[in-house]
Design a protein around this ligand. Structure first.
Ligand code: SF4
Length: 314
């Protein structure tokens, strides 16, 4: 969600506090290999999960100017219409393959038909935008870029290709599985000819491009071209820990504050102050790692479920 404020707080790199990603739940009904490849997970204690009223207190509802949801789309066939009616502005869905066997292998569930139905429902529900996120993995789905773009065109969605990231949870990550922005562009150019930039990037993580026929798509090159310098995003986990970076080791416990009954102005002042000290730029730092591999091993993740990407929000 994007907040509107006359003068947003800025951090030590002059990045505004604009965008908050709220996880409403730490569970998922899929098991994608780039996020949840293990057999067992430690879930957040139910009593720690924030109620909707507590989330409302923390996000300061009146200041929201743009509300978007990111989803795996498994429930969207039933919920796209009601969500739009309830005021949701935009939807982003994940879709990494259009081939049912491959999809099944990736997510370890037989869910492609319901996901596609969900995305189609979102396409006709009247959202201001529909984005389709695809994590591109070398040797797995890098031969589907063209098909995914075609699918995006059919459903009225804009595809965003994402480089496979070494975030928490991605225990199977290795650099040789990353299919880079340069390689994505080369692959698409081979098929469709010259590709042009499509407008300024701003704070949005995706760099947008346009094919000769006018189709726009995005690339999120978090691994090869990190964009931390423009990052205005922070994350709130379902149990109320506030992370100022996807790679941050520590989060700030806002659940404690909200449950202690601090007034809204006090909470707002605390958040502004905390943001003012922000220096994080995790993806840029990762590029300096001498032997870059998975960020955490399974044992590290078991010690603290907040290190998991499915807990922190992708
Ligand atoms: S790594 Fe951290 S600072 Fe960089 S873009 Fe991601 S969340 Fe923002």
């Amino acid at each position: 969600m994007k907040a509107s404020a006359a003068r947003p707080a800025t951090d030590r790199l002059a990045r505004p506090l604009n965008s908050l990603r709220v996880s409403v739940i730490d569970r998922c009904d899929l098991r994608c290999s780039y996020c949840m490849p293990e057999e067992h997970y430690t879930w957040l204690p139910q009593g720690d999960v924030l109620s909707f009223a507590e989330i409302g207190t923390l996000v300061g509802e009146p200041a929201i100017e743009d509300l978007a949801m990111t989803t795996n789309a498994t429930q969207l066939a039933q919920l796209a219409g009601p969500l739009r009616q309830a005021g949701l502005d935009r939807v982003t869905v994940s879709l990494d393959s259009l081939q049912s066997e491959r999809f099944k292998r990736l997510v370890r569930r037989d869910a492609l038909p319901q996901v596609l139905e969900g995305i189609r429902a979102a396409g006709v529900a009247g959202f201001a935008s529909l984005k389709i996120n695809t994590v591109v993995m070398r040797g797995f789905n890098d031969d589907e870029l063209e098909a995914l773009l075609e699918f995006g065109r059919q459903v009225g969605g804009e595809v965003r290709f994402i480089e496979y990231m070494d975030v928490g949870g991605a225990t199977l990550w290795s650099m040789d599985k990353v299919f880079s922005k340069t390689q994505i562009l080369a692959r698409l150019e081979e098929r469709w000819g010259p590709i042009a930039p499509c407008g300024p990037q701003g704070a949005a993580p995706a760099e947008r491009f346009r094919l000769a026929d006018g189709t726009c798509f995005g690339i999120i090159a978090s691994v090869t071209e990190p964009f931390c310098r423009a990052c205005d995003r922070s994350r709130l986990t379902a149990d109320g820990l506030w992370y100022l970076c996807l790679y941050a080791q520590e989060g700030t416990d806002l659940r404690r504050l909200v449950r202690a009954g601090h007034p809204a102005e006090e909470l707002a002042a605390f958040l502004r102050q905390r943001w003012a000290g922000r220096t994080e730029r995790g993806a840029e730092e990762r590029t300096k790692a001498p032997h870059r591999g998975a960020l955490y091993q399974v044992e590290d993740l078991r010690q603290d479920p907040h290190r998991e990407m499915h807990t922190r929000g992708g």
